[in-house]
Design a protein around this ligand. Structure first.
Ligand code: G3H
Length: 536
């Protein structure tokens, strides 16, 4: 039996929620407006003992439940601020936009403690990982600024081809509807929002289902650092807010990290789909393929990390393991040993790895998957595997997994690890080829001879092949993308800037009249686009 992590809890002072965090303001058209309408409680991932000694889910605050009219008002603010590309923000010098983002990042640094605390309570992420997520986001902003400067420097010269002078730059696309996921509510959302903004787009931004209050400390920074209407932050249900926004046809980019059902439904509501650019990060079912000639200890270590960091709630998590039958017994023994050593508890506990889950239905879903696997011939290999107390579920390692089981096909996004024994590598390769998803794969082997043909086949099935390592997105300068139903558009510090902009140029036939006009434009620096200014 697992210990009840919610009993006899001492919450360190710095993580106490002294009073409810009620989000009373929202940001539209540069105003922090008071919300007096309906609100929804913000439930924590964590259960707490009440005065009668019963466990109940901690409510940590509330957020506005906005309606369609509020969503459309926010959209109009973004639409007007873009003003069909004629607004202050899209026509501003890149250097000035960079200054706004730098100012924002400076203010953001001061909110670290509050943001981290909310993240721990709202989604149950450990203190260490919450800090990492915050710091990684700040670093991402700094790297994006550097990359854009570099790009702008390259664009600061004129080109001459076939007697035509041209200045080629990247321009914004328009209004971006931006929605991030609950598992990286800060980092993944900002990996969309920051490049969208820095490229000159205006935004309507709706936080994920969980991990909402952690944005509250940033509202003032958004309001102070950007011209009115450039960032609009609304709260409420996606169906109520995002659907009417899409129906207007005023959105130019749908930037969403989440599930494909919402992405598909939303994109089809747009009346002029050719105008809509999609930047989507969707489901994945990344496999780990463990070859008989691998370093088993290393493979186990990486597979445990890959499948169970943040309780398996990462789009890049290893969601199924194929292990060669000659080594599967040893692999399983060592894997189970490592899982049993993972410390479980609350997000502020030292060295904790496994924590409560924010989605209320997730423990029962994991239980269903375990029962289905057992009914189809698997055993739960580890002690306490699948046991659950309220929002906490101890990981279940199920073996032998096979194609009749739901967990073989479904993206579990939680603490269950199916292990499939294989004799013929074709079984593992076919799984990848036939999968609806195509994000990443991990291959474990010591031998270049074994790896070479697999690498050459796998790079055409997925978008990142990890050698003797778990799947992951970072470092954030590397392209993060997926094939098939896993993604649309590429994200990375550099690629995200490209995803949120379009190449646009000004061309001059090299006659005397145009040379004179061009010289005047360059000398007087009247145009923010046609100029040879070099950002330092
Ligand atoms: O949920 C998907 C994240 O992009 C994964 O990022 O691999 O750095 O955990 P990560």
């Amino acid at each position: 039996m697992i210990n009840n992590i919610f009993k006899d809890v001492t919450i360190p002072n710095q993580f106490q929620i002294e009073k409810l965090i009620n989000q009373e303001l929202y940001l539209v058209n540069g105003d922090l407006r008071s919300w007096s309408g309906e609100t929804s409680p913000v439930n924590s991932a964590i259960f707490i003992e009440n005065s009668e000694g019963n466990l109940e889910r901690k409510v940590i605050g509330s957020v506005p439940s906005m309606a369609e009219e509020n969503a459309l008002e926010a959209l109009d603010a973004a639409y007007d601020a873009y003003d069909k590309g004629r607004g202050e923000w899209p026509t501003m010098k890149v250097e000035e936009r960079i200054k706004c983002i730098e100012e924002f990042a400076k203010m953001m640094v001061g909110t670290r403690d509050e943001v981290v605390k909310c993240m721990m309570w709202e989604i149950g992420k450990t203190y260490t990982d919450s800090c990492k997520e915050f710091d990684r986001t700040i670093e991402y902003i700094a790297d994006t600024i550097q990359d854009l400067k570099e790009m702008d420097r390259k664009h600061s010269n004129l080109q001459l081809h076939s007697g035509v002078y041209a200045q080629v730059r990247r321009g914004p696309l328009g209004v971006v509807l931006c929605m991030g996921p609950y598992n990286y509510p800060l980092n993944e959302t900002f990996c969309l929002l920051i490049p969208a903004l820095i490229c000159g787009n205006t935004t309507v931004f709706k936080p994920a289902k969980y991990g909402i209050l952690l944005l509250s400390p940033l509202l003032e920074a958004f309001q102070k650092c950007f011209p009115k209407g450039v960032v609009n932050l609304i709260y409420g249900r996606g169906r109520v807010l995002a659907a009417p926004i899409m129906k207007t046809g005023k959105v130019d980019v749908l930037a969403l990290i989440g599930n494909s059902k919402s992405a598909n439904a939303l994109q089809h509501l747009h009346p002029k789909q050719n105008r809509l650019r999609l930047v989507l990060g969707l489901e994945a079912k990344n496999p780990g393929i463990v070859l008989p000639d691998c370093d088993i200890d290393l493979a186990v270590q990486e597979c445990v990390l890959g499948s169970l960091s943040f309780n398996g709630q990462r789009c890049t998590a290893l969601k199924i393991l194929f292990v060669h039958k000659d080594i599967v017994d040893e692999f399983n023994k060592k894997f189970v040993e490592q899982v049993s050593k993972l410390k479980y508890g609350l997000p502020w506990d030292d060295n904790v790895s496994l924590t409560p889950l924010p989605e209320p239905d997730k423990p029962s879903y994991i239980k269903e998957l375990v029962e289905d696997a057992v009914a189809n011939g698997a055993k739960v290999l580890n002690e306490n595997g699948g046991e659950s107390i309220d929002s906490f579920t101890f990981p279940a390692v199920v073996y032998p997994a096979n194609e009749n089981m739901r967990v073989f096909h479904e993206e579990q996004f939680g603490p269950i690890v199916p292990i499939v024994p294989y004799g013929d590598i074709e079984d593992a390769l076919n799984y990848v080829s036939e999968s609806n998803y195509g994000q990443q794969v991990s291959l474990f082997s010591n031998s270049a001879d074994s790896l070479a043909p697999l690498i050459d086949m796998m790079v055409n099935q997925v978008c990142r092949v990890n050698i003797n390592a778990q799947c992951q997105r970072g470092p954030d300068v590397f392209p993060f993308v997926g094939r098939k139903d896993s993604a649309v558009s590429t994200l990375s510090v550099h690629d995200a800037i490209r995803s949120f902009s379009i190449r646009t140029l000004v061309a001059f036939k090299g006659n005397n009249l145009n040379k004179k006009v061009l010289n005047t434009l360059l000398d007087t620096k009247q145009s923010n686009f046609v100029n040879t200014h070099y950002i330092l």
